[in-house]
Design a protein around this ligand. Structure first.
Ligand SMILES: *Cc1c(COP(=O)(O)O)cnc(C)c1O
Length: 367
């Protein structure tokens, strides 16, 4: 049996270092924020190559506070894609703004930048490109458009730790960038976590206040804030894991390259790495016109797969009132029907990659 994800294999070799980090938190009793979280914020910001990091309790909170700090609110429109995890869209709704969707480019699975202008109105205030699967969106034309129209750019980098665009790190491209440390992400906490990074000191300060009840000092609430603070234990664990992120990303890329080789010439469409991208391969998704049968066959052969995502956000019942419907975003809808995510993680052995690939080819030949 090859699982889709194996966090135990990731943590076992780090166990003593992680336990030492947790012990430091117990010794200091700094269970919420504290020194470990502050150190992690700086180390993560340094890794991205930006000045400020504000650690939070989830990637969703990061998107929420990034939007609030950027001044987005009721009456505003925010452009993003319907082919994303629901959190991207939920956060826009949290601040009372309206999500406006633009279809994806079917090769990169990221926002079709040439369609953004058509979606803009006088109310448009921001764009949230999603670096889906770990591949950056085509940021240069997007940033140029945003600058021309004075729009904020908030990167949803929840799947794209250590990815880069034309040599510039993901997270350093927009006004603000949001990462998630949900356990299964490329850098995962042992619980929930997230961070906003930015080079803008004022935005960072605002987010720092908003995550901690809007206080500028204890019991002085200058904004209506939230309880979105990161746990000390997660900060300590993430510091240990951040030191492995680059090696892990290289290992993911090696597995992706091996899948590419082994699946070349099959009927499956393998993922495209765009020429501008250093892809972090959070997800390695193949496409098949008979995806559901393929997934069943893989399961029967002992390979667990996943679908990211089976229902685009504009077709989710919870977002029906946004006014979009079936047929509005054909590339998104087709991808949602055809993509199948294969196991890909640093601990996945190369033999397992071979096993998965041969299971796929077996099925493809059988159809
Ligand atoms: C995981 C994810 C989020 C949300 O992060 P959480 O930490 O789970 O709240 C947002 N956007 C995308 C694209 C994600 O994959």
């Amino acid at each position: 049996m090859i699982p889709y994800l194996n966090l135990k294999a990731q943590h076992d070799p780090l166990r003593s270092e992680i336990e030492a980090g947790i012990a430091r938190v117990f010794d200091s009793s700094q269970f919420v924020l504290g020194e470990e979280v502050e150190a992690f914020e700086q180390e993560f910001a340094d890794h991205v190559g930006v000045r400020y990091g504000v650690a939070l309790n989830s990637g969703t909170s990061a998107l929420h506070l990034a939007l609030l700090a950027a001044g987005i609110g009721p009456g505003d429109e925010v452009i993003t894609v319907p082919f994303t995890f629901v959190a991207t869209v939920a956060a826009i709704c949290y601040v009372g703004a309206r999500p406006v969707f633009v279809d994806i480019d079917p090769r990169s699975y990221t926002i079709a930048v040439d369609q953004i202008a058509r979606a803009m109105t006088p109310r448009t205030r921001a764009i949230i490109p999603v670096h889906l699967y770990g591949q950056p969106a085509d940021m240069d034309p997007l940033l140029e458009l945003a600058a021309r129209h004075r729009l904020r750019v908030i990167e949803d980098a929840a799947q794209a730790h250590a990815a880069s665009y034309k040599g510039r790190a993901v997270g350093s491209l927009g006004d603000l960038a949001c990462f998630s440390f949900y356990p299964g992400k490329n850098l995962g906490a042992c619980g929930e976590g997230g961070i906003v990074v930015t080079d803008d000191r004022a935005l960072a300060a605002t987010i720092r206040e908003l995550r901690d009840w809007g206080q500028d000092r204890k019991y002085h609430h200058i904004r209506r804030g939230f309880n979105y603070r990161m746990d000390g234990i997660q900060g300590a664990i993430l510091r240990v894991k951040l030191r492995r992120l680059d090696a892990w990303t290289t290992a993911r890329q090696a597995r992706a390259a091996q899948y590419d080789r082994l699946l070349a010439g099959s009927d499956l469409v393998t993922p495209a790495t765009m020429p501008y991208a250093r892809h972090a391969y959070h997800v390695y998704a193949v496409r098949s016109s008979d995806r559901d049968a393929l997934q069943r066959s893989m399961k029967a052969q002992g390979v667990q797969t996943a679908i990211h995502y089976p229902i685009p956000v504009h077709l989710q019942p919870a977002y029906a009132d946004l006014g979009f419907g079936a047929g509005d975003f054909p590339h998104t809808e087709r991808a949602a029907r055809e993509v199948l995510s294969l196991p890909i993680y640093p601990e996945l052995s190369l033999t397992s990659v071979e096993f998965v690939a041969s299971a796929l080819r077996q099925d493809v030949h059988a159809v």
